[in-house]
Design a protein around this ligand. Structure first.
Ligand code: GAL
Ligand code: ZN
Length: 649
């Protein structure tokens, strides 16, 4: 297990090095991440490599038995490169070229950039291939973050046409699949096809989906090229990792593709960032951790974990005493096995003066330093005894094409993909039921329950897998707009919704209505009374049982939710965004029927169970609130984490 800090020795006087390292030993750290923004330091002028600075840092670190994760510094290229080859700089959707000065503003399709990056990374990795202290290479930093997955430069235009030509082979099939007959947009050749930059009204939905796929492919091609390069030159003992970021559902970039090529997934865990007034919810944090676990379906590392407030120009909520430790433990319970804090000390110069380190600018070991020390001490004692996470019984599925499609056409002003994804995740989380978060390409056949939120893009392959899953005894829970679109992002002609799945769900969608922000409609039924928002499908049960019915005069004969026995299993269709009490009732009902263990706890108190090497179970109880909460007769202090051992049932 690696525990430590992100260390930027180049930010401080060199004669602080030894004292800093000693202080990290005191902290209980055994690992440092270094180097990931220091390209210029190692190649100050083109082709002139100088690794002496980090040689010295690594030598001192090794004396103290530290292990090192070295970041390939391609997220921040040297100014001389941008000056000499400005065509490497990416262009935004309004045609503005991003200037040197921020970071990650290079174009993934730039051959020149790839050349310089690869030349440097090769030299770096060769230099340290035999270094036993370096145990992993982190490729770049947070690919695609901060909007860097998009670029509309001339090189991207060319690559875009190449991508489409390869995919469609001839222009007639593209015209057919896009339906360019609409508004007379038929193309005579691939070179006529625009990138979706600013226009009047909006671009063709199939084109927009292809563009998002193209962006993801462009990024992954560059990233995987870097992974392959590092693999070619690194030492055998060195792993290849990359640090993924939160907010992944807001991006075009599909992280699953790169994750497959890595030895270990790493995650940068920031439950609060920038001006946020409060952290994202405990369930939302949990979902991001489960997502990262799901990328490779194996334990992951956190290489940036916050302890203090963060932000570039504006900061918001300050993590409360104990909350940094609490979030670290939350991550450990959900499959994190090594954790590094961002960063060792707040930088006093440059863009991140308000990204608080473990030590503040006053350079005294304070509250955050000691909290991290406490966590490292406990983690080494406690988490060492855990077996790796086992697959959960419930899985919730996402697919990037579907997410992209929702981003382009939200259909309701109240629609937000992540909110809809969280709706049922939250229901199970409240019952402390573990849920795996998986890309729909992963095998879900062994789960007991599969949740399919707002899966509007449905392929025949997915239809078949869902039917087989239910036929064999699985419980499927799908929510509104299921299966309305094909893989070209087009509605399905002549098909009743839920497209291709009416026999599975035993219901048909008669019509639909977008419910604007703030509009809530009453529903009633066996799940109780409540309301729905965002959207409603008006359902007619053919062979299904009705769970909820709309109450308004015009549509009181239509169902809002149905449940259907199919083969050995059950297929539940939820035609609208259900209010919390209804979600809770349904999750409860499903767990009860499927004999899935629920642990009842007050709101804000999270309970996770981990199997221990000694055959016993460890219960980790986490209080995410500012008030003391009671759990099974014990009072848990605000933001505290307690551990209990028990026998498995
Ligand atoms: C992360 C990034 C770090 C640093 C940090 C500040 O997203 O990887 O380099 O910028 O945010 O909170
Ligand atoms: Zn570009």
């Amino acid at each position: 297990m690696y525990f430590g800090v992100d260390y930027y020795p180049e930010h401080w006087p060199l004669d602080w090095l030894e004292k800093d390292l000693d202080n990290f030993v005191q902290l209980g750290a055994n690992t440092l991440r270094i180097g990931e923004f220091a390209w210029h330091l190692m190649e100050p002028t083109p082709g002139k490599y100088d690794f002496s600075y980090f040689d010295r840092v690594i030598e001192e670190a090794a004396k103290r038995d530290f292990k090192i994760i070295f970041g390939t510094p391609t997220a921040t290229f040297p100014a001389w490169l941008a000056y000499q080859s400005p065509e490497i700089l990416s262009v935004d959707a309004f045609g503005h070229q991003r200037v040197f000065g921020g970071r990650r503003q290079y174009c993934y399709n730039s051959k020149i950039y790839e050349l310089y990056a690869s030349r440097f990374v090769q030299a770096l990795v060769m230099h340290y291939a035999d270094c036993k202290t370096i145990i992993a290479w982190q490729i770049d930093n947070e690919f695609g973050h901060e909007g860097s997955d998009d670029c509309y430069c001339p090189q991207c235009n060319l690559s875009w046409h190449g991508y489409l030509k390869k995919k469609y082979e001839n222009i007639d099939s593209l015209n057919e699949d896009y339906g360019t007959v609409f508004w007379g947009q038929t193309y005579n050749g691939f070179e006529e096809i625009p990138m979706p930059t600013a226009t009047i009204t909006t671009h063709n939905p199939s084109l927009k989906l292809d563009w998002a796929r193209f962006r993801s492919v462009s990024l992954n091609q560059f990233a995987i090229g870097q992974v392959d390069l590092v693999r070619d030159y690194k030492g055998e003992h060195q792993k290849v990792i990359h640090n993924f970021y939160g907010g992944f559902f807001e991006r075009k970039y599909d992280q699953n593709v790169l994750a497959e090529m890595l030895d270990v997934v790493a995650y940068d865990n920031y439950p609060v960032w920038g001006g946020l007034r409060k952290p994202i919810s405990p369930a939302h944090i949990a979902m991001t951790l489960d997502y990262n676990h799901g990328l490779k379906q194996q334990n992951f590392w956190i290489v940036e974990q916050l302890m203090g407030a963060q932000g570039h120009d504006v900061i918001g909520y300050r993590p409360r005493p104990g909350q940094g430790r609490l979030w670290s433990w939350q991550a450990m319970t959900r499959g994190c096995e090594s954790l590094l804090y961002f960063r060792e000390r707040t930088m006093t110069r440059g863009q991140e003066q308000y990204c608080q380190g473990l030590i503040d600018a006053d350079n005294r070991n304070g509250e955050k330093y000691y909290e991290a020390a406490q966590f490292f001490k406990e983690a080494k004692e406690v988490a060492m005894n855990w077996k790796p996470l086992k697959p959960a019984k419930v899985a919730i599925l996402y697919g990037y094409d579907n997410i992209r499609s929702w981003h382009e056409q939200p259909q309701s002003e109240a629609m937000d993909f992540t909110n809809e994804f969280m709706r049922f995740y939250e229901g199970f989380h409240q019952l402390n039921v573990p849920v795996d978060v998986l890309d729909l390409e992963k095998d879900f056949s062994e789960y007991q329950v599969v949740v399919l939120p707002v899966m509007q893009i449905m392929t025949p392959d997915l239809e078949n897998r869902l039917k087989t899953f239910v036929k064999k005894g699985g419980v499927l829970l799908a929510t509104f707009r299921c299966g309305i679109k094909d893989e070209h992002n087009n509605l399905k002609l002549g098909e009743v919704v839920p497209g291709g799945l009416t026999d599975l769900f035993g219901c048909e969608v008669f019509g639909y209505e977008s419910l604007y922000e703030g509009l809530a409609l009453e529903v009633k039924g066996s799940l109780g009374d409540g309301f729905v928002e965002v959207w409603r499908d008006l359902l007619q049960a053919t062979t299904a049982e009705i769970l909820l019915t709309y109450q308004d005069e015009s549509y009181k004969n239509y169902a809002a939710a149905t449940s259907h026995s199919y083969g050995e299993g059950t297929a539940i269709y939820i035609g609208a965004a259900l209010s919390n009490s209804l979600v809770d009732a349904l999750c409860h009902k499903i767990c009860e029927a499927s004999h899935i263990q629920m642990i009842h706890s007050p709101q804000g108190l999270e309970v996770v169970q981990r199997e221990m090497n000694n055959g016993r179970l460890q219960r980790i109880v986490l209080n995410h609130t500012e008030s003391p909460l009671e759990f099974e007769g014990q009072i848990i202090s605000p933001y505290d984490v307690v551990f209990e051992e028990c026998m498995p049932d």
